[in-house]
Write a protein that binds this ligand. Structure first.
Ligand SMILES: [Zn+2]
Length: 494
């Protein structure tokens, strides 16, 4: 079963086109599970604490549909421009696995909550369009803890049903992606979108946002699809990129040597940097789907759908376009500032308080982002808060304090908090910007550094640094340095 492949030469790779389709599984941020009242916060409890007869699959109990999960799925479907049929129902997907206590998973087969959506995003300056086949709703399984990894045989395994029955949304993408870069970008955009609309927490490491990929190769120009391989176990964007790149090279090499591609499921093994065969792929009919007899079919009236539509926030791509236009930002800056909804809200609050758009962008993407990262504390949760940050940048913009003072205060107050206006007043941190005061300081610097003055006059530009430092130190770092620079140059050229 194991297919190995040497890395093919670039020319062999160039003969093939990859066809990639992604399936995203996203746990919904509901309070309770999909069909029972147990808490959906499955990592917060001791193993098997968040369970009841329904999610343990005991006989004689009945599931009840979680309304919030339906609403979150519809929210996603609308954000992905899907059609939402009036009629939908749940089905049983039958298979045996130790993490599935009922012996079937409640899912959706032929009547999903939505179909025919789309997503569009740029990669390398070109627009990529990816169709969305469907967004449907199902329940998550329990988790198995093996005493080993995928390559070792575990002597024992444990099962935890806390995750059993957590609402799980599946977003099936059309096979419209052609490169590992496009696949990675698609996933990053999908995660951003789900977090923007508040339905998923986007945690790849914990698996609340996860993806499987289907990938096949075909010679350029051929419409017919090649044999597809399913790739699993990718729990970072980097892993997705590496795994797909590996598969493209592996399959190209096999095709080049005249071998056939096996239809199978392969797992990405991060430590080996390669995919390994897990099992030959089962077909849909193996599952023997049939309508779930314990749940009524649903009719989604248009009033409900329209209410969900009206409650959606501005979506990230639209926010980025608006930021670029409204605030005169580059496409790059607009994309960074809208990476998360909280970031976009923070930016708009700061600019709304009167701080110039470009100044706010530079500080939020620079010093503030660095502090947020270092302390794992977003601006709104920081000691300064968004209001304090706005005040600090207002003091800077008005010339009341200079750049270095603003930077020092930001570092000091970001975690500790405090009122920037009061601190500047109490400590006398106000910028020395009065022209006659600065002129006197410039004169003093010139008088005290005759050697630097003559060096500068002989054309040695660096000599100005010594004179600038003199003024800076004389004011305890509070001088308006661009003005000092101008005054020194005027005085020395005269
Ligand atoms: Zn339960």
């Amino acid at each position: 079963m194991t297919q190995t492949a040497a890395k093919p030469p670039g020319t062999a790779l160039a003969r093939y086109e990859a066809v990639i389709g992604l399936e995203v599984h996203a746990q919904l941020l509901t309070v309770s599970k999909m069909f029972c009242g147990c808490s959906a916060a499955y990592t917060d409890a001791a193993p098997n604490d968040n369970t009841c007869p329904v999610c343990l699959g005991l006989p004689g109990v009945l599931p009840v549909i979680n309304r919030q999960a339906i609403e979150f799925t519809i929210r996603t479907a609308i954000a992905l421009e899907c059609e939402i049929p009036e009629f939908t129902k749940f089905d049983r997907k039958n298979y045996f696995y130790p993490d599935l206590p009922k012996g079937y998973q409640i899912s959706q087969y032929d009547t999903p909550l939505s179909r025919n959506g789309r997503m569009e995003f740029p990669v390398g300056g070109e627009a990529v369009h990816c169709g969305i086949t469907r967004v449907h709703l199902e329940e998550d399984t329990g988790t198995l803890h093996h005493a080993g990894d995928v390559l070792q045989s575990a002597p024992e395994s444990f099962v935890d049903f806390n995750r059993s029955g957590v609402p799980l949304m599946e977003i099936v993408g059309e096979p419209d992606l052609r490169t590992a870069e496009q696949a990675r970008e698609y996933l990053m955009r999908m995660r951003q979108l789900l977090m923007y609309i508040g339905v998923n927490d986007g945690n790849l490491e914990q698996g609340s946002f996860r993806c499987d990929a289907n990938i096949s190769l075909r010679p350029h120009g051929r419409a017919e699809l090649g044999t597809k391989v399913e790739v699993k176990n990718m729990n970072s964007f980097r892993a997705v990129h590496r795994a797909l790149q590996f598969e493209i090279e592996r399959q190209a090499s096999l095709l080049e040597s005249g071998a056939a591609i096996l239809q199978e499921t392969r797992g990405w093994v991060e430590t080996l940097g390669r995919t390994v065969s897990q099992r030959s792929k089962e077909y849909a009919h193996d599952y023997r789907y049939f309508p779930e007899p314990d749940l009524p079919p649903l009719r989604l009236d248009s009033e409900f759908v329209e209410r969900v539509r009206a409650s959606l926030p501005e979506l990230p791509a639209a926010t980025a376009r608006r930021f670029a236009k409204q605030y005169g930002l580059s496409a790059y800056d607009a994309a960074v500032l809208t990476a998360a909804r909280e970031d976009a809200d923070t930016y708009e609050s700061v600019v709304g308080s009167g701080v110039p758009a470009k100044l706010a962008a530079n500080w939020l993407m620079g010093d503030v982002a660095a502090l947020a990262n270092e302390h794992r504390l977003a601006p709104r949760e920081s000691g300064l808060g968004v209001a304090g940050l706005s005040r600090l940048l207002t003091l800077l913009d008005s010339g009341a304090i200079n750049g270095p003072t603003a930077k020092e205060l930001l570092v000091e107050l970001y975690v500790a908090g405090g009122d920037p206006d009061a601190i500047v007043r109490e400590r006398g941190l106000g910028q020395v910007g009065d022209e006659s005061e600065l002129e006197a300081l410039v004169e003093a610097a010139i008088a005290a550094n005759p050697a630097a003055v003559s060096d500068f006059r002989r054309g040695k530009q660096q000599a100005l640094g010594q004179l600038m430092r003199h003024v800076k130190e004389a004011t305890g770092g509070r001088a308006d340095m661009p003005q000092v620079n101008r005054l020194l140059r005027e005085r020395l050229s005269g």
